[in-house]
Design a protein around this ligand. Structure first.
Ligand code: NAP
Length: 303
């Protein structure tokens, strides 16, 4: 039986691993993927992580993993199918085997949301993508659209503008949600055209994306836009389905926990993007990892 099991190897899970190793408690990190990093792996460049400005998403993930490895972290590749709270013992059932711990740190992160429009699922992987850094190269010298107005959509549009002949950024309002520094870079790109107040209503094509239907909410007109690819960046949903009934969540599935990461489940902590909080950033996820270990340690002293 471990003192602590950390579920998820994104920035929150890896941050927790570093603090758990330094605390001298027995622990392991379980993730379904052997490659650590979570959503950061889908990021081209990270400009706001302290001390590592301009690092690529992959580079930053490698550094995080290397740090946890150097401190002797045990990494387990397994997909968790259920979790049970048995009081002072928590049981984690994986597809490979079962695990036990005195405390759990839930750090399973989030996944991209879908638009849920005709053509999206059918053409997924055939021009519809949720990861510009993964699939952008397929659209070299071609025309792509990005949907969304947050940090990810703007980062994706900037990244694609370096590869594509033309990039459309389609946003449902007339102001962006992304931070100002990203907006400045976006507005400076000559091959990016922003289509404001508009929603994509359909993705069309036979075997690959050929065009999209765009509805302008202001003039209430729908127009066709010829594109070779569409990158959907309309936010995230927390990966908390497994934890329903285990800890309290809000209506969107974010786990209710404060800065100390303490959930409604005794000995169960939530760290990173799955936690209900105002700011989901890499740096706040890493901080959650540290806070969750601190709270878990206090709990371990009492049982
Ligand atoms: P986000 O900030 O929630 O933005 C989602 C965008 O998609 C919003 O502009 C939203 O429009 C739009 N949208 C949502 N549903 C839509 C729909 N059905 N149709 C059309 N548009 C829709 O999500 P995100 O950009 O994926 O970022 C997720 C989190 O990661 C954020 O907290 C972000 O700050 C964080 N992040 C952090 C870093 C970092 O730490 N370096 C980097 C990237 C992202 P409205 O604006 O109208 O709501």
């Amino acid at each position: 039986m471990y003192d602590v099991l950390i579920l998820g190897a994104g920035p929150a899970g890896l941050g927790a691993a570093v603090y758990a190793a330094r605390a001298g408690i027995s622990f392991a990190v379980i993730d379904q993927s052997p490659i650590s990093g979570g959503q950061v792996l889908n990021t081209y460049e990270v400009d706001n992580y302290l001390g590592l400005m301009g690092e690529t998403g992959g580079g930053l993930s490698d550094k995080f993993r290397e740090h946890a490895d150097k401190l002797g972290t045990e990494f387990i590749t397994d997909e968790v199918k259920s979790v049970e709270d048995l009081g002072d013992k928590k049981a984690v059932h994986g597809y490979e085997r079962d695990y036990e711990a005195r405390a759990l740190i839930l750090a399973t992160g989030a996944t991209h949301s879908k638009l849920a429009i005709p053509g999206e699922d059918r053409l997924s992987g055939m021009g519809v993508s949720y990861c510009a850094t993964c699939d952008g190269a397929f659209f070299k010298n071609r025309v792509a659209a990005v949907v969304g107005g947050g940090d990810v959509a703007v980062e994706d549009a900037i990244f694609l503008s370096k590869l594509c002949r033309k990039v459309y950024l389609i946003h449902r309002r007339d102001t962006l949600r992304a931070v100002n520094s990203l907006q400045e870079q976006l507005f400076a790109k000559e091959n990016i055209e922003i289509i404001w107040d508009s929603e994509v209503t359909e993705i069309c094509g036979t075997n690959t994306v050929e065009k999209i239907m765009v509805y302008n909410k202001k003039n209430q007109q729908t127009s066709e836009l010829d594109v070779n690819g569409i990158f959907i960046a309309v936010g995230i949903v927390p990966n908390t389905e497994l934890f329903r009934g285990l800890v309290e969540m809000d209506e969107r599935g974010y786990i209710k926990a404060g800065e100390d990461c303490i959930t409604s489940g005794r000995g169960i902590y939530a760290a990173g993007d799955i936690r209900l909080k105002p700011m989901r950033q890499i740096i706040t996820a890493v901080a959650d990892g540290a806070n969750a270990v601190n709270a878990a340690q206090n709990h371990l002293l009492k049982i």
